[in-house]
Design a protein around this ligand. Sequence first.
Ligand code: SF4
Length: 437
Amino acid sequence: SLGCAKNLVDSEEIISFLKRSGATIVPDPKNADLIFINTCAFIEAAKKEAIDTILEMAKYGKPLVVLGCFAQRYGKAVASEMPEVKCWIPFGTYGTIAQQLNAAFPNLDLSGGIDATKREFAYPGPEAYLRIAEGCNDFCTFCAIPYIRGRFHSVPLPLLERQMDDMEKGGIRSLTLIAQDTSMYGRDIGTSLTALVQKCLQHPRFNWVKLMYLYPDEIPDSLIEFYADSEHSLTPYFDLPLQHASDHILKRMNRRGREQDYVELLDKVRTKRPDIVLRTTMMVGFPGETDEDFEELLRFVEKEKFDHLGAFIYNREEGTPAYSFKDQVPAKIKKERLDALMKLQAGISYSLNKARIGRKYKVLITGYDAGNLAYKGISDLFAPDDIDGKLYVFSDDPLSVGDIVEAEIVNASVYDLDAKVVRVLEKAERPTTDHIG
Ligand code: SF4
């Protein structure tokens, strides 16, 4: 399963469908009869990774099934050059996955299909994603997602409620809500993200509820209130992909909101919840980005001091408006700007991390890292999947996945933190022996 967490949820639903159809899932491709590759094609690097993975899997000499965004966007164009791929299943045709597989492999007789309420979690444990919508209506001029994944549509609230109930019963303690544009949730079906979060927070076993990918101009005060609610608080982790801070570039990107709006929003969130952890994503080298635009971005980042910042170099994406913008930035300058931005952020992240030494956090134990002789943990401080950094937890006594501890930060690097267990707050209900040190 390549690409983002949203794609991973697709893979989990596909695996569930295959298992319900009688397939056995084997981790080693050597032992498989069919190899499934769920791809991403969002940016140049993702396309390359998809092609490399297909070529690598082809070496096993087994028929390949390629799904996902790469199949959607390029399957038809490259099918004749990749005869190892016996079946291309574009993202938009998952409704007929059984029929497509039966047609490609006559010895199969699959029935049924993908069911959003049935997932086979890729990483069984106490944390999970909840995908609340699909597609996007925002049409940022650099982004191919609306053309690949289609228009925004929310998952019906009752279906999400059922999924949340099942997850809570299944032992999930940390839930992360995702979509291409999370804040848009519900607008197409007469509800709202605030209503969904309210439902989510009614599940007392969810100790961490994080929202990823919020769009800056769609965040109502009612949602921000949840971060300050002392009884049923959203995890104070605020992910706001901004892409840039120069109004000139934001306009060309077709992003709504301007630098001043972003400053006011961040002020409002910090006033409500002073300890909130802020994450953003920025893009450098967008067509027409001048030295002044880039300096504006650096000034903004320096001033706002995000806890986490992911940065990308702009890549021309076929079929998007920015592809044909005339004033493309030379590759060398794009790289220099990325390096300068990441250097600035590294200093900010390091000083914020250092300031956390001595502070105590509630941590959910999610695994064991044998290389570092430490447990891995989820807290308020990082997103899942280590995209921000890693929290290593050291303990004198053995812990289980699912234990909740209080841990004190004892060491900090630019991105990662080390913590020492102060006390165990709660033992896992159903301790697993997986990943135990
Ligand atoms: S909000 Fe913009 S960048 Fe994000 S998925 Fe939608 S179009 Fe792409």
